[in-house]
Design a binder for this molecule. Structure first.
Ligand SMILES: Cc1cc2nc3c(=O)[nH]c(=O)nc-3n(C[C@H](O)[C@H](O)[C@H](O)COP(=O)(O)O)c2cc1C
Length: 370
């Protein structure tokens, strides 16, 4: 058997191959967070293209936790119906679809600033990237956010998503709690690495409590924030192993924060140029300490290298290659083992912000609207 085609299990969920679409903000939802037909088309094309697991781009758990104004919402029961249409269309094409839950904390897309009357984070400070004033979350506010995660997870389940991923990477709220450079709290949520992880553990437990033990809950985490004082690899390994003991169903290992890029020039999250499997070593450090499946993200382009890597890890995930080639999985699985066509130019980032997910190598159809 071609190892790319190896099935694996995330909790109770059977996934037909080892290729995962890493969450990719599509920027294709309406102002209230409902999916547009274009978003359905994008995700259905990935399903048709054979990828084992599709993680949809971030879905915000509350309006205050929105990163951008074209993201998908999981903050309101009225979205369950439109989201269930999305799930049905993707599943009809054979896709397995997960929702990624996000509160962005003080890391926001600049176009959102008009809406954000105040930015919140673990501690009162000037945001180290934007310089904007950040207010400290009160204990009650933290408990409310934990509850928002749980309710959002339940909405995802009700809508028909087959798993939820907690976004704990890339400098957003959970990552901010984990990082000593952002979290100066003196209460139970700050101080030692274990205390800084308490918010994440509370979120995980609340989500699990809401969706039940048979519904897959997994995480995307940063194994290294990219500078001394942020999340360090040894902290990340500890967090991963605690979550594993608590029953998490899989861990996707990423790295990098906007703060790391600014302070240390450590430009991960969406690096251009890419380096093949650039974060694998962190995924392997975590793999050694956990029983649950581990997914390695970033820079996977060469199927031969992916094949070798799958001897050591459960699955690899990709973002940009699937923007350029939604049918990449089927291409590789059917034996065309040439490298992904994506050149990691990152023009997809600008396009997504401007007009929704796209690639400069694609022609948009005339009259294609959101
Ligand atoms: C347009 C775009 C949007 C992204 N949106 C998200 C997102 O919503 N959530 C997330 O965790 N990562 C997001 N990412 C990061 C990717 O999931 C992935 O970690 C990163 O691009 C590295 O993988 P790659 O080299 O395969 O692109 C995004 C990346 C791109 C290019």
């Amino acid at each position: 058997m071609n190892i790319l085609n190896r099935p694996w299990k995330m909790g109770t969920l059977e996934i037909k191959n080892a290729l995962v679409r890493s969450a990719t903000d599509e920027g294709l939802s309406t102002e209230i967070g409902a999916p547009t037909q274009r978003l359905i088309n994008v995700l259905a094309a990935l399903a048709k293209g054979g990828v084992g697991l599709i993680i949809a781009g971030t879905a915000y758990i509350s309006r205050q936790g929105r990163w951008g104004n074209t993201g998908t919402g999981m903050d309101n029961d009225r979205l369950i119906k439109p989201l269930s249409l999305l799930c049905r269309q993707v599943q009809k094409k054979g896709g397995i679809l997960a929702a990624q839950l996000l509160h962005c904390g003080s890391t926001v897309n600049p176009t959102m600033l008009h809406e954000k009357k105040s930015l919140f984070g673990p501690s009162k400070m000037d945001d180290p990237v934007s310089g904007l004033r950040v207010l400290e979350l009160s204990k009650d506010h933290i408990l409310k956010i934990v509850d928002d995660y749980a309710k959002a997870a339940m909405r995802a389940k009700k809508a028909g998503f087959q798993a939820v991923q907690i976004h704990a990477a890339h400098g957003y709220l959970i990552n901010q709690f984990l990082s000593a450079s952002r979290n100066w709290r003196k209460d139970q949520y700050g101080g030692s690495p274990k205390n800084r992880a308490l918010f994440l553990y509370n979120v995980y437990e609340a989500v699990r409590g809401e969706v039940g033990k048979d519904f897959p809950v997994f995480i995307k985490m940063s194994a290294y924030d990219g500078f001394h004082g942020g999340v360090m690899p040894q902290d990340a390994v500890q967090v991963a192993s605690d979550l594993d003991a608590m029953g998490i169903d899989a861990i996707e290992v990423s790295a990098g924060t906007p703060e790391g890029a600014k302070k240390g020039g450590w430009d991960h999250i969406i690096p251009a140029p890419f380096k093949e499997g650039s974060l694998l070593k962190y995924a392997l450090q975590i793999k050694e300490k956990v029983n649950c499946p581990v997914i390695s993200v970033e820079g996977w382009r060469d199927p031969l290298k992916v094949t070798k890597t799958l001897e050591k890890i459960d699955a690899v995930s990709m973002s940009r290659p699937f923007i350029r080639e939604p049918d990449l999985a089927n291409r590789w699985l059917n034996g065309d083992l040439s490298t992904a066509l994506c050149i990691s130019c990152n023009k997809c980032l600008d396009l997504t912000l401007k007009s929704g997910l796209g690639c400069i190598f694609h022609k948009r159809k005339k009259n294609e609207n959101a």
